[in-house]
Design a protein. Sequence first.
Length: 87
Amino acid sequence: WFHLYKKNSYDSPHTHPGANFTNILYVSLPNKNVNTKIFTLSKKQLNIEINEGMILSFPGFLPHGSPINTCNDEKIIISFNTNVTII
């Protein structure tokens, strides 16, 4: 799926139950301040450097969200979940 964050839009912290990993491809990241915020289970925010064109992957059980886009430019991401099966 994709998200288009126009000015003043955001995504509240949430998790992806049942997914081993959540993945985010940053198509347009107008400002580092609108980078996805990821939190540990003890609610500590992780500091992760991400740039346009990169994919960020992390465990689906970690809370994450997008802060309010205060930019005039849109933040655009493509997100997908992955699961690992060992055979």
